[in-house]
Design a protein around this ligand. Structure first.
Ligand code: C2O
Ligand code: CU
Ligand code: CU
Length: 470
C-alpha cells in the first residue's frame, strides 16, 4: 500500500462513521418529532381516593401526611421524592357541596410547608397560603363548609420561596367537588374506569433515575419527559365508551397544548371553577400552569389502540382500548347554568401590571412582602380587575395570573370577548406579553388572600401580592 493510502483509508472510514452517526441522529429526531419512536411502557398510575374517616354522611374527615419517599419513575432506579400519604403526588380528595369538611395535615418533612386548596372558596385562614405555614413535625387542621359548584380543583404547597421545589418533587393532588347537578347529569363518574385524572407535569431525570430540578437566570429548564400521575411514557386501558378526563397542568412553568391523534375531537365540559354551560367541541386544549379542564373523549368508534394524547407534537399517553359494550349515555346538551357576576355601576377597578426578568417578577413594581397588604377589598362587592403583562427584559412568555378566594369570569382579552372555553368560572388566566385581560371578581369570604403568577418560580421569587377581604 502506498503511503498516502495509509492515511486516506482511515479518513474515509472516519467519514463513513460520522455519516452513519449523523443519519442515526437524524432518524431519532424524526422519530421524536413524529412520535413514532415513542413506546408506552408503564401503566398509568391512578392516585388513591382518600378515605373519609367520619361515618356521619354530613361530615367529611380527611388526614393527609406530607412525607418524603422514593419513587421508581425509571425501571430499577429510585428517585427521592415527596408526596401526600404516598411517595409522589397525593390522593384525590372528594368534597360534596354543602358538607362540613375537616382535614388534618401532618407535616412529616424536616422543613416547613403549607397546603393550599387551589380554587376552593373558604376564609383566608383555611386557605393554606404562606400565612398558614406548618413547621416540621407540626400539624394544621383546617375546616370549612364546601359551598361552590362541582369542579376539579387541586392542592399544593404555598410556603414562601419553596413552593416550586416542593411541587417539583411531588407535592400536588386533586380535589373533586360534586353537587346535585353534577350527579344528575349522567356524566362518566366511575373513578379510574371512565372518570380518569390526568396530572400532567414536565420533568428532567438524571442518569441514576433521580429528579433533576434545574433553573437558570432565564427561568426554569423545561423537562424532557412529560409524566402523567407520576408515570413516564404511560398507557391507559379503557373501554370503547365515553371517557371523562380531568386534566391538571401541575407543571412549574410549562404550558401544554393537548390534542388527540387522528385529528380526533373531544368535548370540553369544564374549566377551572366547574362545568361550562354547554359542552364545547374542540381539537386543542391549552393549559397554563395551575389550570384545569374536564373533557369527554368518545372511544365508541375508535379503532383499537389507535388513539393517543399529544402535547404539541409529542405523544404523552397511549390509550389501549378494550372491547366493552358502549352504552354510555349522550352528554347532556346543557350543563351548568352560568350567570354573570353582576357588576354595579362604577365598580372598583384595580390594575395589576405584571413584569418579569428571567426568573424574577413583580406585580405593580413590587415583590411579595408578607407584612404588607397590597389591596383592601370589600366582601360581596364585585370589582373589575385589569391584568396587564408589560413583558420585561429576557421575558419570553406569558404569566398565568391566579387569584385566591374567588372563581372569576373573564370579561375580555384585549377588548374582545374571551374564547368559549374561557366563559365559565376560572381562577387562573393566562396573560400573554402585551396583553390586557379584564376579570369580573367577587369575594364572599373574609381574610387575607393572594394573587400571583402561577409559574411557581415567579411566585417563589415574589411575583405575588396580598389582599384583605372584609
Ligand atoms: Cu395554586 Cu396561590 O396557588
Ligand atoms: Cu390558589
Ligand atoms: Cu410569571
Amino acid at each position: 500500500m502506498r503511503k498516502s493510502a495509509k492515511v486516506i483509508v482511515p479518513i474515509i472510514g472516519f467519514l463513513l462513521l460520522l455519516m452513519v452517526l449523523g443519519i442515526g441522529l437524524l432518524y431519532n429526531t424524526i422519530l421524536d418529532i413524529t412520535g413514532f419512536g415513542w413506546k408506552s411502557q408503564n401503566m398509568l398510575k391512578m392516585p388513591d381516593l382518600l378515605e373519609d374517616l367520619n361515618s356521619d354522611p354530613n361530615i367529611t374527615e380527611y388526614q393527609l401526611n406530607v412525607q418524603e419517599g422514593q419513587t421508581e419513575f425509571i425501571d430499577g432506579k429510585l428517585a427521592d421524592t415527596m408526596g401526600y400519604n404516598s411517595s409522589y403526588l397525593g390522593p384525590v380528595l372528594r368534597f360534596t357541596k354543602g358538607q362540613q369538611t375537616n382535614i388534618t395535615v401532618n407535616n412529616n418533612l424536616d422543613t416547613s410547608t403549607t397546603i393550599h386548596w387551589h380554587g376552593l372558596l373558604v376564609d383566608g385562614e383555611q386557605d393554606g397560603g404562606p400565612m398558614q405555614g406548618i413547621q416540621a413535625n407540626q400539624s394544621w387542621s383546617p375546616n370549612f363548609i364546601v359551598d361552590q359548584p362541582a369542579a376539579t380543583l387541586w392542592y399544593h404547597p404555598h410556603f414562601i420561596g419553596t413552593s416550586a421545589n416542593q411541587v417539583y418533587y411531588g407535592l400536588a393532588g386533586l380535589i373533586y367537588i360534586e353537587d346535585q347537578l353534577s350527579k344528575s347529569l349522567n356524566l362518566p363518574d366511575i373513578y379510574g374506569k371512565n372518570d380518569i385524572p390526568l396530572v400532567i407535569q414536565d420533568r428532567n431525570f438524571n442518569n441514576d433515575g433521580s429528579l433533576d430540578y434545574r433553573t437558570s437566570m432565564m427561568g426554569v429548564v423545561p423537562g424532557e419527559e412529560i409524566i402523567i400521575n407520576g408515570t413516564i411514557k404511560p398507557y391507559l386501558n379503557i373501554g370503547n365508551e365515553k371517557i371523562r378526563l380531568r386534566i391538571l397542568n401541575a407543571s412549574n412553568s410549562e404550558n401544554f397544548n393537548l390534542s388527540l391523534s387522528n385529528n380526533m375531537g373531544f368535548l370540553m365540559i369544564g374549566s377551572d371553577g366547574g362545568l361550562l354551560n354547554k359542552p364545547l367541541s374542540k381539537k386543542f386544549l391549552n393549559l397554563a400552569p395551575g389550570e384545569r379542564a374536564e373533557i369527554i373523549v368518545d372511544f365508541g368508534n375508535v379503532e383499537k389502540n389507535s388513539l393517543a394524547l399529544y402535547n404539541y407534537n409529542e405523544k404523552i399517553l397511549e390509550f389501549k382500548i378494550e372491547d366493552r359494550l358502549d352504552n354510555s349515555p349522550d352528554i347532556s346538551a346543557n350543563l351548568a347554568e352560568i350567570s354573570e357576576i353582576p357588576i354595579e355601576n362604577n365598580p372598583i377597578r384595580r390594575v395589576f401590571e405584571l413584569e418579569s426578568m428571567g426568573i424574577e417578577g413583580t406585580i405593580n413594581g413590587k415583590i411579595y412582602d408578607m407584612d404588607r397588604i397590597d389591596e383592601e377589598v370589600r366582601k360581596n362587592e364585585s370589582e373589575v380587575w385589569v391584568v396587564r403583562n408589560l413583558g420585561g427584559m429576557m421575558q419570553t412568555g406569558g404569566h398565568p395570573f391566579h387569584v385566591h378566594g374567588t372563581q372569576f369570569q373573564i370579561i375580555s382579552r384585549d377588548g374582545k370577548i374571551p374564547p368559549p372555553e374561557e366563559r365559565g368560572f376560572k381562577d387562573t388566566a393566562f396573560v400573554e406579553v402585551g396583553e390586557e385581560v379584564l376579570l369580573r371578581v367577587i369575594f364572599k369570604y373574609s381574610g387575607i388572600f393572594m394573587y400571583h403568577c402561577h409559574i411557581l418560580e415567579h411566585e417563589d421569587n415574589g411575583m405575588m401580592g396580598q389582599f384583605r377581604v372584609q
